[in-house]
Design a protein around this ligand. Structure first.
Ligand SMILES: [Zn+2]
Length: 434
């Protein structure tokens, strides 16, 4: 075990990490300010501090559909359940779902989520209220028309300046639901205004083949020719990325990342999942996420990183692939890069945001603790999360949320849940036919 360390914070930042009992270096004095006394010391005796986890791709309000679309093919999951259910979305239902999602994530040590959904202004309110950090992409399809797309872009602009813990991205849904013209326009806005684009692309090999058949180009080639990759993109899934796509992605490795959600690929039988090894060899940052709970059932990033390590070993037929340190690097620094914040999140270092998760590893399933890294990848449970700080603020203390009233959040979600999964309307917001 490493020796005990004290983590010193000021404002939202980590300022020093020193052996317990030693004095931190004097902070540089800014003219006109006087040093302030520490407001609080958190006793972390027996706890392990790790960077707050980042959920690199999710649709947080979909917790309201948890368990309502099971044992279905990807086509039926979209066409028989999810898109017909999303006819029922209202601002209130989205906000209630997002509050439940924020509660679940904070209690599991997730300090940032990278979201893609409708009514993103409501998700922002839930995130701000709960104390979590979020990057929010308001979702749009080409089927909503130019005014609908304008409204989604306007929401991104509003969210980008709303709050220090909120960043915003442009959110075209996917290459198969947004036209090339609309992707091009999105890329133009992104480049002009310094925004990133978060979207689904090449989710399966079948989608890639359908794109080649219909448009003569893979989804990645479409993102290239429409300028989306040049503007900077977070690509969800990419399970259908082909070898010929890799040199294209490599050209944009400084501004493009892929988010992987392995439990979803196992559950929806989506083949081998994201080509992690090939993307890593091409230098593309890979973030770890859950996707929405309508398919993942949890927003537990510990589960995601464990399944990433296991599926990689299985696919490579090599127990030495995706070792502990590499798995944890993807869950921390690489996921911070995928979230567009490579220098401020994802590590416990002076100068970075104080997004810190303290774990209690004293339970039988973690003991004895020969290698804490092994506990983090293979045995820790979300319920081992003891205390969580976001931007230096305590948002979970002794396994209790400090800013959200959990019984109230649960009661609201349970009262509204049936309204979300009601299929009696008979409508749908979109048809899955990539
Ligand atoms: Zn998704």
């Amino acid at each position: 075990m490493a020796t005990a360390q004290d983590i010193h914070l000021a404002d939202s930042l980590i300022t020093a990490i020193v052996p317990t009992g030693t004095k931190p270096p004097e902070p540089p004095q800014t003219a006109g300010t006087t040093p302030v006394a520490p407001v609080e010391a958190i006793d972390g005796t027996g706890l392990l501090a790790v960077p707050g986890l980042i959920n690199s791709h999710t649709h947080s309000p979909m917790v309201m559909m948890r368990g309502a679309a099971e044992d279905l093919s990807i086509d039926d999951w979209f066409n028989q359940r999810i898109w017909p259910m999303e006819v029922n979305l209202t601002p209130e239902r989205v906000r209630v779902g997002a509050r439940l999602a924020c509660a679940e994530m904070l209690l599991a040590g997730v300090t940032t989520f990278v979201d893609h959904y409708f009514h993103a202004d409501q998700i922002a309110q839930a995130a701000i209220e709960s104390g979590i950090r979020a990057d929010l992409a308001p979702t749009y399809f080409s089927s909503v028309g130019p005014e609908g797309i304008d409204a989604a872009i306007a929401t991104t602009r509003d969210l980008a300046t709303l709050h220090p813990r909120i960043t915003a991205s442009l959110g075209p849904h996917a290459t198969y639901t947004v036209s090339d013209d609309d992707l091009r326009r999105t890329a133009d806005v992104a480049r002009a205004e310094g925004l990133r684009i978060h979207l689904h692309a090449a989710e399966t090999e079948a989608q890639t083949q359908a794109s080649v058949d219909k448009h003569g180009a893979t989804p990645i080639e479409i993102l290239d020719r429409t300028g989306v990759l040049d503007a900077g993109a977070l690509i969800a899934h990419g399970c259908g990325i082909r070898a010929t796509d890799l040199p294209i992605l490599q050209r944009y490795a400084d501004r493009t990342a892929v988010a992987t959600c392995p439990k979803v690929y196992l559950k929806l039988a989506m083949g081998n999942g994201t080509p992690i090894k090939q993307l890593q060899e091409a230098g593309i940052p890979i973030g770890i996420g859950t996707d929405g709970a309508a398919v993942h059932n949890t927003l537990d990033v510990w589960e995601s990183l464990r399944l990433l390590a296991l599926t990689q070993k299985h696919q490579q037929n090599n127990a030495e692939s995706m070792p502990l340190s590499e798995t944890l690097r993807l869950a921390t620094r690489a996921s911070a890069a995928a979230a567009g914040q490579p220098h401020s999140l994802g590590a416990l270092e002076p100068g970075r945001q104080a997004d810190i998760t303290l774990l209690d590893l004293s339970a039988p399933h973690n003991q004895p603790l020969h290698d804490p890294r092994a506990a983090l990848v293979y045995s820790v449970r979300a319920s081992d999360v003891h205390t969580v700080l976001v931007a230096g603020e305590v948002v979970v203390r002794n396994r209790q949320l400090t800013k959200l009233n959990l019984p109230e959040v649960l009661a609201e979600a349970s009262a509204l849940a049936h309204t979300l999964v009601d299929l009696s309307n008979g409508g749908t917001i979109q048809h899955y036919a990539p």
